[in-house]
Design a protein around this ligand. Structure first.
Ligand SMILES: [Zn+2]
Length: 270
């Protein structure tokens, strides 16, 4: 069994939380002050980092993701919305870029793409297959210059980050002030599905999903680190088929997203 660590609420720094439920022998709590849902106590950073470096993308997973058409549709949807939001392109950093599909698409559209991912096999795939400028490691190792990036993207990454506050400070430092755009997409801890399913919601994975953000708590965290102009994106449901059932489901998703009850939340900030 790995060593557990106890934390204060990463948003308001209080230790005033109540239990929501246990899952996989770990408690998910809610902060009584700011309503952030987080795992406490949780698996310690060293254990998590070893897992991300060594085992997060085994070769069969790399192949499955690379060839899966859902991956390509999803990444295209993300890039399309980003380009509406930040039409100027420029220098892009994808943190937790995985095997590099999103960065590859962005490069083809004229972005100067940079990526970083702790997974050895994920980053090696991105470097070899797409010839991308991807580093294996964590953002603190990269030592990027200040005010360097026009856009920084994190898709399903922030919920994995142990050192949340130093991490966001570092993003603030390397993003261009005022003109830069930060994009964060995470599972929505206050989605309709999560409210209905509670511990059974598939995104509840307390060993490595350390926080369950909402349209309320995530902007609060970003403001704390000096991000401004925070707006909600509208992530769309994608599918390989376009029959009537999918169209109906897509319309239902769009309605939920509008009222912040969608399965994921996407936030833009500058
Ligand atoms: Zn709090």
């Amino acid at each position: 069994m790995s060593t557990l660590e106890h934390i204060n609420c990463p948003i308001c720094d209080q230790d005033d939380a109540e239990l929501l439920f246990d899952k996989d022998s770990l408690p998910v709590v809610i902060c009584k002050q700011c309503r952030l849902r987080y795992v406490n106590p949780r698996v310690n950073r060293q254990t998590l980092e070893t897992a991300y470096t060594e085992t997060y993308y085994p070769p069969d997973k790399v192949e499955r993701i690379h060839t899966g058409s859902m991956e390509w549709l999803q990444m295209t949807e993300r890039l399309t919305e980003l380009e509406k939001h930040h039409p100027g392109k420029g220098r892009l950093l994808d943190v937790g870029c995985g095997i590099g599909t999103f960065l590859h698409l962005a490069s083809e559209q004229g972005w100067q793409s940079h990526g970083i991912d702790p997974s050895k096999s994920g980053s090696a795939f991105a470097q070899e297959k797409y010839k991308l400028n991807v580093q294996c490691g964590y953002i603190f190792d990269a030592d990027f210059p200040s005010a360097y990036f026009d856009t920084i993207t994190l898709y399903h990454v922030l919920e994995h980050i142990s050192e949340l506050n130093p991490f966001l400070s570092e993003l603030r430092r390397v993003l261009k002030p005022k003109t830069g755009t930060l994009v964060i997409e995470v599972p929505n801890g206050e989605s309709l599905q999560s409210r209905r399913q509670k511990a059974d919601w598939p995104y509840v994975h307390p060993h490595d999903h350390l926080y369950y953000f909402s349209a309320h708590s995530l902007p609060k965290l970003l403001q704390k680190h000096g991000f401004r102009d925070i707006t909600m994106g509208k992530p769309k449901r994608v599918s390989t088929t376009t029959d009537i059932r999918f169209m109906l489901r897509q319309a239902a998703t769009a309605m939920l997203v509008k009222v912040h009850l969608g399965t994921v939340i996407r936030v833009y900030a500058s």
